[in-house]
Ligand binder design. Structure first.
Ligand code: 3PY
Ligand code: MG
Length: 255
């Protein structure tokens, strides 16, 4: 458990990822067991701190699912720590250019690709690997994904995608809408956002890397499957809980 090899995302075989804001082990485990291929613990906008990463990675592993961690803005140090405790990958928000993408990769990939510091305190046990095996395989077994969610990121998307050691791109359609409409609306269906999707998909394809995206609703997710995204994130957990609660209550009145 805990392994999500970079090449396991595949192309044309959508991988469904559940976005988790609440790192309570019971929440992570319940969502992971609902059938998602992996979970993302959100340390940017969710309630996830380092203790939550430790608990969340373990709870996902118990459900036989790998856990990714979305880092806070500029929080590359947390990225290496998340991998140390067995996260299968890290997602960096708001990556605007190739230099920032390289700084991110430096923190989370071992030499010769980057400068990650040695210390996989829990990853060895979770992955069942000896020290040198982990050193040999970690760069391939752990994902580094850059979020494309600003106008500058779109302009630089080809150079970002080509950064060595970066495993893929992940679109944040909400921030992309806020950025591309100069703060007028947060709407993933806005034409400028929709037009940007193909641009990111094409840049990822040229780099031979997967493109992923966050979906606000199941109908956005279906559209993203048709467009060929390799990984689609749904959630967050609090939205699953709210819609389940609403359905339960309305079912009472329908019964
Ligand atoms: C965005 O849509 O901006 C995201 O970061 C996804 O949660
Ligand atoms: Mg965002």
């Amino acid at each position: 458990p805990g392994v999500l090899a970079a090449d396991s995302l595949g192309f044309g075989r959508p991988h469904f990822n559940a976005w988790i804001s609440t790192p309570a082990p019971a929440v992570v485990e319940a969502v992971a067991r609902a059938g998602f291929h992996s979970v993302t613990l959100d340390a940017q906008h969710g309630f996830v701190d380092f203790a939550g990463v430790v608990d969340g990675v373990a709870a996902a592993a118990l459900a036989g699912r790998p856990a990714l961690v979305r880092l806070p803005l500029g929080g590359f140090a947390l990225g290496a720590r998340a991998l140390d405790v067995g996260a299968a990958g890290v997602i960096a928000p708001m990556i605007d250019d190739a230099d920032l993408a390289r700084t991110f990769v430096d923190a989370v990939k071992f030499p010769p690709v980057g400068r990650r510091s040695w210390g996989p305190i829990r990853a060895l046990g979770l992955l069942g690997l000896e020290r040198d095996d982990y050193l040999d395989r970690a760069n391939r077994l752990t994902l580094a994904l850059a979020m494309i969610e600003t106008g500058r990121a779109l302009e630089n998307v080809d150079e970002i995608a080509q950064v060595e050691g970066l495993d893929g791109l992940l679109i944040g359609p909400n921030d992309l809408s806020v950025a591309l409409t100069q703060g007028a609306t947060v709407d993933p269906a806005h034409p400028t956002v929709v037009a940007a999707l193909d641009r990111v998909l094409a840049a990822a394809r040229r780099a031979g890397k997967p493109a992923a995206i966050f979906a606000n609703t199941p109908s956005f997710a279906s559209d993203y499957v048709r467009r060929g995204f390799a990984m689609i994130s749904l959630g967050p957990d609090v939205a699953f809980l709210a819609s389940g609660a609403e359905r339960a209550l309305s079912d009472v009145f329908d019964a």
